[in-house]
Design a protein around this ligand. Sequence first.
Ligand SMILES: *[C@@H]1O[C@H](CO)[C@@H](O)[C@H](O)[C@H]1NC(C)=O
Ligand SMILES: *[C@@H]1O[C@H](CO)[C@@H](O)[C@H](O)[C@H]1NC(C)=O
Ligand SMILES: *[C@@H]1O[C@H](CO)[C@@H](O)[C@H](O)[C@H]1NC(C)=O
Ligand SMILES: *[C@@H]1O[C@H](CO)[C@@H](O)[C@H](O)[C@H]1NC(C)=O
Ligand SMILES: *[C@@H]1O[C@H](CO)[C@@H](O)[C@H](O)[C@H]1NC(C)=O
Length: 236
Amino acid sequence: MVARWLLPLVLLLGLAGVLQVHGQVDKLASFITIDCGLPENSPGYMDNITKLRATGDAGFTNAGTNHNISTEYITPTMGWTWHTVRSFPIGVRNCYTIRPVGSAGPNYLIRAFFMYGNYDGLDRLPIFDIYLGVNYWKTVNITGADIPLIVEVIAYVYGGIVQVCLVNTGSGTPFITSLGLRPLKTTLYPQVNATQGLVLITRSSFGTNKTVRYPDDAYDRVWLPWTKPHSDQSFK
Ligand SMILES: *[C@@H]1O[C@H](CO)[C@@H](O)[C@H](O)[C@H]1NC(C)=O
Ligand SMILES: *[C@@H]1O[C@H](CO)[C@@H](O)[C@H](O)[C@H]1NC(C)=O
Ligand SMILES: *[C@@H]1O[C@H](CO)[C@@H](O)[C@H](O)[C@H]1NC(C)=O
Ligand SMILES: *[C@@H]1O[C@H](CO)[C@@H](O)[C@H](O)[C@H]1NC(C)=O
Ligand SMILES: *[C@@H]1O[C@H](CO)[C@@H](O)[C@H](O)[C@H]1NC(C)=O
């Protein structure tokens, strides 16, 4: 299961292409959005940008501690999801366990967002690993307190259970800002099967300066605007 698991995925799309998928919205109920670090008794909220519901993370992990990011990193236009994080100062490997409900799947877009925001007041940028179950997924390299990071995989979900684990590799305390699961039609990414998944490198939209996601993308894939020379070197 491990060997062929990680294929790089590079996606490019014009806005016209994005808009064509409009109207296929059906599996909304199986979208899972987890705002990590929300207070345990929080009822969740509706995200102002996507209009999708976000819930707290208390039911998905029993480790870690909640934090607010430093106020200096909060901007007026920033979504609520960025305001809190959960960090894992204890233990090498800490996991979230998510059980998608309903008949959706077995292929899911699974993603994690990170923004350090000096939540611990230490001004120390961590580097740690993220795993999907036992499979190494990516090294999360936080390069600035205000830099948001998306880590995404499209994977076949076994037995209706997803485990996302953060692993301390000795370069700072792992933390996470939010987690999302979106079911995908199996025909969308035929490369994905029980033995291999697709790890996102970048997904760019052309012709707009705005980030495109749900509802313009029915699956809530995030398309970042291609407005300036990319710092990502994988295209060279
Ligand atoms: C959504 O926007 C309203 C009005 O600007 C604001 O009062 C509210 O706090 C926002 N909620 C979230 C979850 O961002
Ligand atoms: C985060 O900020 C909120 C609102 O200011 C506060 O109620 C809460 O106690 C803070 N949480 C933590 C973990 O400091
Ligand atoms: C993390 O990013 C920095 C800055 O881009 C780079 O110099 C460093 O090699 C990276 N470290 C790892 C472990 O990827
Ligand atoms: C998944 O796809 C790869 C490449 O096409 C193939 O080699 C592998 O056998 C497939 N795995 C399964 C379980 O179908
Ligand atoms: C995007 O922003 C740049 C600089 O702010 C502007 O020159 C360009 O016209 C914008 N493009 C679109 C499609 O809005």
